[in-house]
Every structure is written in structure tokens, then in C-alpha cells.
Design a binder for this molecule. Structure first.
Ligand code: GDP
Ligand code: GDP
Length: 448
């Protein structure tokens, strides 16, 4: 059966090949072996969310001579797009929308192939203006990604998912917002924090492991299992596991290098990420970096201090880590900090309980009515400042997305609200609706 096909298209230099390489990795198809396939066509197989699909990199259609580019590109790209189940249209978030982007967009709208729009080079929230600009292309909301740094791949997968084949087991999870959908959980941490021990303990005690499932990414797998709560109920979990964690013996020497990249890959596909710390070592800068990245990617984060069975001076240690966290992760206060022992199993029930609760908060939807009742009170209690004597008039708030909860604030000059005031609003919103420590996003939209 032919695989579903994704054609990556965009003007030169937006990062098509970089994205292609990220998706396909080394499994580049030997195009020479395929009869009837042009030589300059780069295509290969990729896997996301457990779905295998074919990717075509149309960068191969670009000529050396830029003058002859549009014509040649059009012919080759047209055939690739016609063949594809979905066109992945890439723009450069940093460069903004160019006339050629607009031309491609116009053509795509008329081509009839579904389009997923992605704004590349948006690492670390760079190019935010370009991302917003790309909305004007009329191809839906752009997914901010960084092909080079691997950011946003999770969101991109979700956007592509309707067009890339769903394996049977996945079909039932389509309604991700359902509290019964399997919890996608990743366990990350520095080498020796106890990740493997924790995973084995969790899986071993439940004994419901049904065997690994084909790749979530080319290097990771999702292990489906069920967590038996203390009250006897069973809840589905999908543990996102990575090669670096599993094939530990084989990659021992590379482990140090692998761990961060692996962790970040797992983060892309998780709803909730448990960052495991070694209580005998405490919190290090590296841990804060991972934690920060998890929150930046909009994933819900839980910290667990492992090896609690051998921790010395426990309460001092706990308070120290707690204080360092609140200081180091200033944008999200109160990230859950739990104590566990992967070796004895102590604290694991609580960990899973908190993981499910956190996912619920992360997926919560607030009605516009509830939001605006809160909003009126919040701006009355603390009216927005008037920078330079210009009045800012916030008008209303809506929730435009869940997972993570994302809100848009509309009003005159709201884009001029100082960061401190935005933070006040986010914190107040978080408290009002029990979002706990899940990342909450608030975007300002002022009419021009
Ligand atoms: P193509 O012509 O569309 O295939 O683009 P390439 O993949 O060759 O990338 C063009 C340039 O953009 C290269 O210098 C890449 O290193 C750079 N690039 C690609 N993706 C990113 C990204 O996510 N962020 C940044 N900053 N640069 C990127
Ligand atoms: P990973 O590199 O993060 O996968 O860490 P491992 O699971 O391989 O654990 C590293 C070492 O810590 C091993 O020697 C484990 O036996 C030990 N370890 C893991 N969890 C605990 C724990 O809860 N208590 C104690 N005392 N040792 C642990």
C-alpha cells in the first residue's frame, strides 16, 4: 500500500532541506533505485506520531540559476504537490512574507491539495512578527517551527496528522481532549537520575505492557501501558521513550551527548513531562535548562526528586530545590515538586496522580463568559498602566487553544502592555482557573 505523501514546498532558503533531513534523517530513499523517478528528487520515509509517510523535498527542483527558477520550480513542484496528500508550505519567519511566498500561496489555494503552513526559523520565539504576518497568506494559522533546532515538531505533527495514515491503535485516541485518552508521558533527566529504573518500576508493577509500538519519531517509541490507581481504576498511559534511554548499554559512551537531544525529542511528543532529578545531586543548571525548554514548548512539567530513599537532610534539600526552581523558572511559579524512589516505588502513585491532574489542567477550556467575568475583575483590581500617557483599553479575552491553554487579549494598544502587567494577568488567570503550573499563553492583539 502506498504511504501518504507530504510535499515540502517553499521559496529557496526557507529551510526545506533542513526540515526534510530532520524528518527523514538518514533513511533517505535511494532515488536511483526507483524507476521513473527523476534524479534530483529527494524523497524519503519518515515517521511521526506512529504514522509512516513519504516526504518529498522540492528544494531539489530549484535551479542554480535564480532567473530561471520560477518556471522550473513551478512545473516540478506542481507535479509533486498534485501527487501529495498534503503540501507542507514553509515560510521564513525571520524574513517575513515575500512576494514569492504570496505567489506560491495563491497557487496553492487554487491547487486543491490540503496545505499545512509552517513558519520556520522561529527558534526561541524568534520571528514572532513573521509568524503573525504569515496568517495573511490565507492558509490558516502557521505552525512556528525550527527545522534546525527541532522545535515545534510536535505541533507540526499534530497539524499533519489528519493526512498521514493512522495506525489502528491510534485511531481510538483521536479525541485527545478526552480525559480518557492515553496520557502521553515523557520521563527526562540527566544520565543516572534513575529514568530507566523508574520506567521499569512503573511498567513492572503494572505488568500490562503490550510491547513497544513503531516509532513516534525515528528514535523513539511509545510504550502503551495502564496505570492502576490506588483506588483500583486503570488509566491508559503512553510512555514516550527514546533510544537513548532504552538502549542504554549500547550507547553508554554516547549517553552524555544523547541525553539532552533525546529529552527534547521526547518532549515534543509528550503532554506531561517528568523531569527526574537525583536527590543525592540536587538541581543543576542543566536541569533548569531542560525545564525551561519544556515550558517554552508549552508542555506541562512535573519535577520529581528521585532516590529519596537515600536522601540526606531531606527537608533542607527539598526546600533548597524548591527555592532554586521558583527562582530559576520565573515565568511559571509552583511547578509540582514531588519526591519519589524509583527503586522502592515510593511516591509513584502520587506522581501518576499528579501527572493526570496536570494533563487535565493543560487541556482545560474556559468559556468566554467565565473569562470575561474574571477579566473585568482583574483589570478593575489593577488597572493597566498608560505608558507615555496613552491609554490602553483591553476589551475582551478568548481562549483560542488548549494544550497548552492559550488566550488572546483584544483591545486598543494592548500590544503596548508592559511585560509585568501581562505577567500579572497570566498569574491571575492561572489562579482563577486552577491552571496550577502548566504553561499558559496570552497573546495581545491590537487592531491596526
Ligand atoms: P531550502 O533552500 O529551503 O532547502 O533551505 P535550506 O534547508 O537549505 O536552509 C537554508 C538556510 O536556512 C540554511 O543556512 C539553514 O541552515 C538555515 N535554516 C534552516 N532551518 C533553520 C531554522 O530553523 N533556524 C535558522 N535560524 N536557520 C535555519
Ligand atoms: P538513568 O541513566 O537516568 O536511566 O538512570 P538509571 O535508572 O540507570 O539509574 C542510575 C543509578 O541510580 C542506578 O544505579 C540505579 O540503581 C540507581 N537508582 C535509580 N533510582 C534509585 C532510587 O530511587 N534509589 C536509589 N537508592 N538508587 C536509585
Amino acid at each position: 500500500m502506498p504511504l501518504p505523501t507530504v510535499a515540502i514546498i517553499g521559496r529557496p532558503n526557507v529551510g526545506k532541506s533542513t526540515l526534510f533531513n530532520r524528518l527523514v534523517g538518514k533513511r533517505l530513499a535511494l532515488v536511483d533505485d526507483m524507476p521513473g523517478v527523476t534524479r534530483d528528487r529527494r524523497e524519503g520515509e519518515a515517521q511521526l506520531l506512529g504514522c509512516a509517510f513519504r516526504v518529498i523535498d522540492t528544494a531539489g527542483f530549484e535551479d542554480e540559476d535564480p532567473a530561471s527558477l520560477p518556471g522550473r520550480m513551478r512545473v516540478q513542484t506542481e507535479s509533486a504537490v498534485r501527487e501529495a496528500d498534503v503540501a507542507l508550505f514553509l515560510v521564513d519567519a525571520r524574513a517575513g512574507v515575500t512576494p514569492l511566498d504570496e505567489e506560491i500561496a495563491r497557487w496553492l489555494r487554487s491547487a486543491g491539495t490540503p496545505v499545512v503552513l509552517a513558519a520556520n526559523k522561529a527558534e526561541g520565539r524568534a520571528g514572532e512578527a513573521g509568524v503573525i504576518e504569515a496568517m495573511a497568506l490565507g492558509l490558516g494559522e502557521p505552525v512556528p517551527i525550527s527545522a534546525e533546532h527541532g522545535e515545534g515538531v510536535g505541533d507540526l505533527s499534530e497539524a499533519l496528522q489528519p493526512w498521514i495514515d493512522l495506525p489502528e491503535e491510534e485511531a481510538e485516541d483521536e479525541d485527545e481532549d478526552s480525559p480518557d485518552a492515553p496520557l502521553k508521558l515523557a520521563i527526562v533527566g540527566r544520565p543516572n537520575a534513575g529514568k530507566s529504573t523508574l520506567i521499569n518500576k512503573l511498567l513492572g508493577e503494572n505488568r500490562l505492557l503490550t510491547g513497544p509500538e513503531a516509532g513516534i519519531t525515528r528514535d523513539s517509541i511509545a510504550v502503551p501501558w495502564e496505570w492502576q490507581a490506588a483506588d483500583g481504576t486503570a488509566r491508559a498511559v503512553r510512555l514516550i521513550d527514546t533510544a537513548g534511554m532504552r538502549k542504554k548499554a549500547k550507547v553508554q559512551d554516547k549517553l552524555e551527548k544523547l541525553s539532552v537531544a533525546d529529552a527534547l525529542r521526547a518532549v515534543d511528543f509528550a503532554e506531561v513531562v517528568v523531569l527526574l532529578l537525583d536527590a543525592t545531586k540536587g538541581l543543576e543548571v542543566q536541569d533548569l535548562k531542560i525545564a525551561d525548554r519544556v515550558l517554552q514548548e508549552g508542555r506541562a512539567l512535573i519535577l520529581a526528586l528521585n532516590k529519596w530513599d537515600v536522601a540526606e537532610d531531606a527537608s533542607r534539600l527539598f526546600n533548597g530545590v524548591k527555592a532554586a526552581l521558583d527562582e530559576g523558572l520565573a515565568q511559571v511559579k509552583g511547578v509540582p515538586l514531588l519526591t519519589v524512589s524509583a527503586a522502592t516505588g515510593k511516591g509513584l502513585d502520587t506522581l501518576m496522580q499528579v501527572a493526570f491532574e496536570t494533563r487535565d489542567a493543560w487541556s482545560r477550556r474556559i468559556t468566554t463568559g467565565q473569562l470575561n467575568r474574571w477579566f473585568e475583575r482583574a483589570i478593575e483590581a489593577n488597572p493597566p498602566p498608560a505608558p507615555g500617557g496613552k491609554r490602553i483599553k483591553p476589551r475582551y479575552v478568548t481562549q483560542n487553544k488548549t494544550r497548552p491553554p492559550s488566550f488572546v487579549l483584544f483591545g486598543t494598544r494592548v500590544d503596548m502592555l508592559p511585560v509585568s502587567y501581562q505577567r500579572y494577568l497570566i498569574n491571575s488567570l492561572r489562579r482563577e482557573f486552577d491552571f496550577g503550573a502548566v504553561p499558559v499563553r496570552l497573546t495581545m492583539r491590537a487592531p491596526r
